[in-house]
Design a protein around this ligand. Structure first.
Ligand code: SF4
Length: 504
């Protein structure tokens, strides 16, 4: 603890018994704000306000001097980017990043709720944190991210892991400085999870992970409510940032020398639907392509909102890359209906046809769930045939995982687990085969590769990505890290390419 913290500390940390007593009182305590999935489902008409006046509270500006933080991130790019924001907030408070969790003064677990497996990992990590807290009671342990938005999770943490100091959700990340202060000087666990989404807070600081590739949020939340998905509950209603704020952020990244920007949203194709003027993702990309930044990607797309104008803009090329990640989830219209995906197999195939007509070299990748409750063999075969018809070059494939609070979690499922596993294996075999075939087509071709650094497996080899998101390994001088260079592909594996630098 630094001097400022010592002078401000008024109370000792509680014992477990005290903590449990406090737990009993919390439900009547107005300052305790737990999540509520029913409330999170509501979509209120109220407009979202945009705030440009964020600043760190005066008394928290130096609180982290000579102190360190460690954030462990689980899940998607949205979470990765939230972690960059939290790291930015902590560094404005004087904290620096610790290289190891056990050495940090503030430890945050930025959690993911998409699958049971992801949640189990977090609970496993909490088991490791208990002895760290015992050894150093001053360390502040916080749980944030999507799991914090789930009632069941918050109650479990409060009951079984009372050494946790604070729990906050996805809508109030900007409140981290104030919550940290409360956790430091308050006896009880600080719980502040807003069930209703917050406003949009611009100008939040960001400690970006790299100097080449950057994430830019273009919107938050999701209104689709697919029956298996917890995201609309944990991330709230769709809220789009204003185009001028996004454009300015991308321009600044270009000025800072970034080579690639990925626009983020749970459903980026819904961008602009909530804006009071006619402006969608296609319009935004059309403006962004004028910015002098070599590569612009976006993720994740929903087929339903992928409009013709967007396809026309993507066809203009330039810095807009022809790789589209387009989750389909199932190839069976019946399953898509019970998933409430709002598109059929035929709608999806028509969309792919339209995209390929305008972008003949496009790389399509997808997400697929197998073993959705009561999926039949026939319905699964429909998925396999759709994968073949579209020719996906990569797919994130999963066995369905029930998420408490979603409609599908209440459905009885007769499909045995071993059948689901066997289906996943068959699907993966097909996807791998298609990936290898797609990779082999590059042999002999010259592709532009953004060299990101040394290969993780071999420091003598450099690695980077093509416009279509293919990993390429090559031997080249390290001075080329950060550059986009031409590479002739000589060899292909299922998930990566190998090549030589083209020098003439
Ligand atoms: S569109 Fe995506 S984020 Fe939204 S509910 Fe469906 S699967 Fe979840």
């Amino acid at each position: 603890m630094n001097e400022q913290q010592k002078t401000q500390q008024q109370v000792m940390k509680p014992t477990t018994k005290e903590h449990l007593e406090r737990l009993q009182q919390l439900h009547n305590d107005a300052t305790y704000e737990p999540p509520n999935l029913k409330k999170a489902r509501k979509r209120l008409k109220k407009d979202v306000d945009i705030h440009y006046d964020f600043s760190i509270p005066e008394d928290m500006r130096l609180i982290g001097e000579n102190q360190t933080y460690y954030i462990r991130t689980y899940g998607c790019q949205m979470n990765e980017h939230d972690t960059e924001v939290m790291a930015g907030l902590l560094s404005l408070m004087g904290y620096t990043e610790a290289s190891e969790m056990k050495e940090a003064d503030v430890i945050l677990l930025n959690t993911c709720a998409i699958r049971e497996n992801a949640e189990n990992k977090v609970f496993g990590e909490l088991g490791h944190l208990k002895p760290i807290k015992k050894e150093n009671p001053d360390v502040i342990i916080g749980i944030c991210g999507c799991m914090s938005q789930e009632e069941g999770v918050v109650h479990r943490i409060m009951q079984k892991h009372p050494f946790v100091d604070m729990i906050f959700g996805t809508h109030n990340i900007h409140r981290l400085p104030s919550l940290l202060k409360e956790a430091m000087f308050q006896k009880a666990m600080v719980v502040e999870v807003w069930s209703k989404e917050g406003d949009i807070i611009e100008n939040l600081p960001k400690q970006r992970k790299g100097k080449l590739k950057a994430w830019v949020n273009i919107m938050y939340g999701c209104d689709k409510f697919c029956t298996y998905c917890i995201v609309p509950y944990t991330r709230g209603k769709e809220r789009s940032r204003l185009p001028e704020d996004i454009i300015e952020e991308v321009k600044q990244l270009a000025r800072d020398g970034y080579k690639e920007v990925t626009l983020l949203g749970q459903n980026v194709n819904a961008y602009g639907k909530d804006l009071p003027f006619d402006y969608r993702l296609g319009h935004l990309l059309d403006e962004l392509r004028e910015i002098d930044i070599p590569r612009i990607r976006f993720t994740t797309s929903h087929p339903r909102d992928f409009d013709d104008h967007l396809i026309d803009v993507l066809a203009k090329g330039g810095n807009l890359l022809d790789h589209i990640h387009l989750p389909v989830q199932s190839g069976s219209t019946d399953i898509l209906r019970v998933m409430a995906r709002r598109h059929t197999r035929e709608d999806y195939l028509d969309l792919v046809k339209k995209i390929k007509a305008k972008l003949p070299d496009v790389t399509l990748t997808t997400d697929i769930i197998v073993g959705f409750p009561n999926e039949t063999d026939e319905q699964f075969e429909d998925t396999l045939s759709l994968v073949e018809t579209v020719g996906f070059e990569h797919a994130f494939t999963f066995i369905y995982s029930p998420r408490e609070g979603t409609p599908a979690a209440r459905w009885k499922d007769e499909t045995p687990e071993d059948v689901k596993k066997e289906r996943l294996q068959r699907l993966n075999t097909l996807v791998n085969k298609q990936s290898k075939k797609a990779m082999e087509r590059y042999i002999g071709e010259v592709v532009d590769v953004l060299i990101e650094g040394e290969s993780r497996k071999n420091p003598d080899v450099l690695a980077g990505y093509t416009k279509r998101n293919k990993l390429v390994n090559l031997k080249a001088p390290k001075s080329l890290i950060g550059e986009i260079v031409p590479v002739r592909i000589t060899h292909a594996k299922t998930w990566s390419l190998y090549g030589e630098l083209v020098t003439e």
